[in-house]
Design a protein around this ligand. Structure first.
Ligand SMILES: C=C(OP(=O)(O)O)C(=O)O
Ligand SMILES: [Mg+2]
Length: 403
């Protein structure tokens, strides 16, 4: 019933105005799925390869589509993804592009769900998955800089974390309130602020002032709405790491790796951070392990560029105790099966798996379903802006069983 009848690929716009790959998968029985590849700016060195969309589409049409059409059932995700891997033939999807691969992989999952008449999160996570028993808390990017906005903070993302929210809907609206409050506070301080790639405020202030503003905003919103709103960070420290000098550079301020670990550990305690992503460079397994040893009992230390959703890199991290969570971005690795393998390996070893968007996004909502399917404690998907609210609004619908 779910045998694939056609796969169409096209270029569409992403949120930065760049082209990206969109895939349509149609099954023999009329099941339909559509999905688009997101795209990173602060990409990890070890990510699967995103090809220019025209090239990725041409290569996927030549190598992948013939292996899928009339051959594979969209409802069998592992077969779909094995066919994509077989068509590509490399470790990093450099032949057909991880952008083509992930778009087809996600579109096939949606087509499979469509045939079954099940919401995507249940098709991926099983019939007992219930978004109301435990829901992914959205981490809302409210202030940011780094590779996502020039002349703003060195730390890439300050993320509101409404950990006390009684429902996903209240969590989503809490993050929007923090975003609005940060805007008001910046205004009061006379700081002009544009927005970065993910819709977060990108003010020309230093990191210390950003901590003040975000702390005040989260406290104020928590008081108003009556539940706990903490915050977290994506330091994206690989972008700050100067390998030649052996220091992390925050503009004129330099920190050695040991100083960086002390700095982050102090921030965790001073601000009661719920979450710290990529606090160190993407090769700093031992530094990650030191930091996790120091603060891992009270915050999530998450590897994004460190693990790139890759089971081999995660395995290495597990062996040395680097991090207590992994960020899951399907396009970093190329298929949903690979992403699920990383989630399962993390869970088997007591790590949390946090699902994430990319800085370049589309209105695709697959990650909302993926977060519910995998029972993620957090989902990183921004706060405002259509490509971000697409996922947040889908989470609200999932909780209401209205998808
Ligand atoms: C979402 C992120 O940014 P990008 O997509 O640019 O890698 C991130 O670093 O977590
Ligand atoms: Mg990151």
């Amino acid at each position: 019933m779910t045998r694939i009848a056609s796969v169409s690929l096209r270029r569409v716009l992403d949120s930065r105005g760049n082209p990206t790959v969109e895939a349509d998968v149609l099954t023999e029985s009329g099941g339909f799925g559509r999905a688009a590849a997101p795209s990173g700016a602060s990409t990890g060195e070890y990510e699967a390869i995103e090809l220019p969309p025209r090239e990725a589409i041409a290569a996927a049409r030549q190598h992948a589509v013939p292996r899928l059409v009339d051959e594979i059932h969209a409802g069998n995700q592992r077969d779909v993804d094995a066919a994509l891997r077989g068509a590509d033939g490399t470790n990093d999807f450099s032949e057909i592009g991880a952008n083509s691969a992930v778009a087809i992989s996600m579109a096939a999952a949606k087509a499979g769900a469509d045939v079954l008449g099940a919401p995507l999160f249940q098709h991926l996570g099983g019939t007992f998955r219930d978004a109301n028993r435990s829901f992914p808390v959205p981490l809302g990017n409210v202030v940011g800089g780094g590779e996502h906005a020039k002349e703003a903070t060195h730390i890439q993302e300050f993320l509101a974390a409404p950990v006390g929210a009684p429902s996903v809907s209240e969590a989503v609206f809490a993050n929007a309130a923090v975003h609005a409050t940060v805007g008001d506070l910046l205004d009061e301080r006379g700081v002009p602020a544009a927005k970065g790639d993910e819709g977060a405020w990108a003010p020309p202030i230093d990191d210390a002032e950003a901590f003040e503003v975000v702390e005040e905003a989260t406290d104020r919103v928590a008081d108003e709405i009556g539940f706990d709103v903490q915050f977290g960070l994506d330091v994206a420290a690989a972008e700050l790491w100067d390998a030649d000098a052996g220091v992390y550079r925050y503009g004129d301020v330099e920190r050695t790796p040991d100083e960086q670990i002390d700095y982050i550990a102090d921030l965790v305690d001073e601000y009661d951070l719920a979450y710290v992503e990529d606090p160190l460079d993407e090769d700093a397994y031992d530094g990650f392990a030191d930091l996790t040893d120091r603060v891992g009992d009270r915050t999530l230390v998450c590897g994004d560029d460190l693990f790139v959703t890759n089971v081999e890199r995660l395995e290495r991290g597990i062996n040395v105790g680097a991090a207590n969570s992994i960020l899951i971005k399907p396009n970093q690795i190329g298929t949903l099966s690979d992403a699920f393998d990383a989630v399962e390996l993390a869970h088997r070893n007591g790590l949390d798996a946090v699902v994430s968007h990319r800085s370049g996004e589309t209105e695709d909502t697959t990650i909302a379903h993926l977060a519910v399917a995998t029972d993620a404690p957090f989902i990183k998907t921004g706060t405002v802006g259509g490509e971000r609210t697409a996922k947040l609004n889908e989470l609200i619908r999932i909780a209401e069983e209205a998808v």
